[in-house]
Design a protein around this ligand. Structure first.
Ligand SMILES: *[C@@H]1O[C@H](CO)[C@@H](O)[C@H](O)[C@H]1NC(C)=O
Ligand SMILES: *[C@@H]1O[C@H](CO)[C@@H](O)[C@H](O)[C@H]1NC(C)=O
Ligand SMILES: *[C@@H]1O[C@H](CO)[C@@H](O)[C@H](O)[C@H]1NC(C)=O
Ligand SMILES: *[C@@H]1O[C@H](CO)[C@@H](O)[C@H](O)[C@H]1NC(C)=O
Ligand SMILES: *[C@@H]1O[C@H](CO)[C@@H](O)[C@H](O)[C@H]1NC(C)=O
Length: 418
């Protein structure tokens, strides 16, 4: 533990001490019974027993290190205790090594390393990837991930989580898959007074042993995303605009601040102001302009190390020039109305024209002529002529189109009514 927080020079010296062996010195016996066990999920407890026959003058410490896939992780630690707790690395071989050393003593040599390893389960490349979790409004954790590139397309992953305070790991049940993105949501709340939160261990695996498990430990304060501010209300006060919005009630006092973005008629004039409370006033506004506002919440760095902002609230506007919208509507709708009515009118006119003014020789003219002749020659027994004219008319009628037939009928009825 002495290595932790030490300056680089100190660490270098300690590393040298760990590696150095005074020439010809007595070699220490190594620790024995090296083993490991899981602490719930994602955490390993490596344990060993002390070597025998170490001189009481020796300031005995254990130097341990981790090697993942044959790559030393440079996570050497010195400690007097007989265990070390580390994260689990399941996506490859994780090797743990430990040896005994007499600290500040150049008369004895460190022992040889004692090693043990955790071998990965499942098929390589099947582990979930790109795990990304967001802690919404200190209420629920929303985790998303992608399938490993070698995972079968019908792979069903399951997410388990655990943190100090939970008796046993819990399975996340609100699970969905959408367009290749896996998502699971679980409730995560702590008493409002607490300002420290336990590390959340997340394990993603499947029911078969085919999928390689993925384990990640998340610091929840880095994942905080506040809820979107709601109920934004604007009101005009003397020379200014006052706005207010509702505060999230899940956050401790003074742990959020807000960004208010507003612009007048020209969106390029947008300005952003930082606000500590759930209200603010924008002074000296142009009374003849319309102003549009939106608000978002951000966690304060004193409380959370998260850089996530809430979504923007819906936009609210206040001020003159609602007319501009009105004019806009007019400018758009009037031509449309005119165009539509013109089309309707044209269409109607065309039908009307067909009805009133058939393009073919007007049968009324023919009939008028016919009946005119008839009245003139009423005594001269011109009934045959009338009948002939009628026959001729019917023949003509046969030649002409249906429209004409209709027109004829109309015309007849008109004539009959007269
Ligand atoms: C690890 O194991 C040791 C020995 O059994 C135990 O004393 C210690 O509390 C364990 N650590 C954790 C975090 O479980
Ligand atoms: C420890 O020392 C004692 C006496 O010197 C000896 O009998 C014993 O075998 C030693 N144990 C080991 C593990 O070397
Ligand atoms: C051990 O270190 C001391 C000073 O720290 C030195 O005086 C002594 O000669 C060293 N002994 C050996 C065996 O290197
Ligand atoms: C599951 O998540 C969805 C999306 O956030 C939520 O609307 C729904 O209420 C959740 N269901 C349960 C049972 O928690
Ligand atoms: C703003 O915060 C105060 C005090 O926290 C609260 O009483 C008020 O209702 C909040 N305003 C809105 C619009 O919710």
């Amino acid at each position: 533990m002495e290595g932790a927080g030490a300056g680089p020079l100190r660490r270098l010296l300690l590393a040298l001490g760990c590696a150095l062996a005074a020439a010809g010195a007595k070699v220490l016996p190594p620790p024995s019974n090296l083993d490991f066990s899981f602490v719930q999920i994602c955490t390993l407890n490596w344990t060993w027993t002390a070597p025998e026959n170490v001189s009481s003058s020796c300031n005995l410490e254990y130097c341990s290190d981790i090697v993942i896939n044959e790559v030393p992780q440079d996570r050497r630690e010195w400690s007097k205790s007989l265990f070390r707790v580390t994260d689990t690395f399941l996506n490859g071989e994780m090797r743990f090594k430990v040896r005994s050393e007499c600290k500040y003593d150049n008369t004895s040599e460190p022992s040889r390393w004692v090693e043990t390893s955790v071998r990965p389960k499942g098929v390589p490349g099947t582990a979930a990837t790109d795990l990304d979790c967001v802690w919404h409004n200190l209420e629920y954790m929303d985790c998303k991930w992608l399938a490993g590139k070698n995972a079968r397309s019908d792979t069903e992953y399951a997410l388990f989580y655990w943190y100090d305070g939970l008796e046993s790991p819990k399975k996340c049940n609100n699970y969905s898959v959408c367009e290749g993105i896996f998502e699971c949501i679980f409730n995560l709340t702590f008493p409002k007074v607490s300002n420290t939160y336990p590390t959340i261990s997340i394990l993603i695996k499947d029911d078969s042993e085919e999928i390689r498990p993925l384990c990640e430990s998340k610091n929840p304060t880095t994942l905080v995303k506040p809820a979107t501010p709601k109920a934004v209300t604007l009101s005009k006060i003397k020379d200014g605009i006052h706005l207010e919005w509702s505060e999230s009630d899940t956050f401790p006092a003074n742990c959020l601040y807000y960004e208010v973005e507003y612009h007048s008629d020209d969106p390029d004039t947008a300005q952003t102001i930082k606000v500590e409370y759930n209200h603010t006033t924008v002074p000296s506004v142009d009374p003849n302009s319309k102003y549009t506002f939106k608000v978002r919440a951000k966690p304060k760095p004193e409380c959370y190390s998260s850089k996530l902002c809430s979504d923007w609230s819906e936009e609210k506007s206040i001020g003159e020039k609602p007319d501009s919208m009105f004019y806009f509507v007019l400018i758009i709708t009037i031509p449309i109305i005119v165009a539509v009515s013109t089309i309707i009118l044209l269409f109607y006119l065309k039908r009307l024209k067909i009805l009133i003014l058939p393009p073919i020789p007007d049968p009324r003219e023919i009939l008028k002529r016919m009946f005119g002749e008839q009245t003139e020659d009423s005594q001269s027994g011109a009934k045959d002529d009338s009948v002939n004219a009628y026959n001729r008319l019917i023949k003509e009628e046969e030649i002409h189109s249906l429209v004409l037939t209709e027109t004829l009928e109309c015309s007849y009825s008109e004539n009959e009514n007269r």
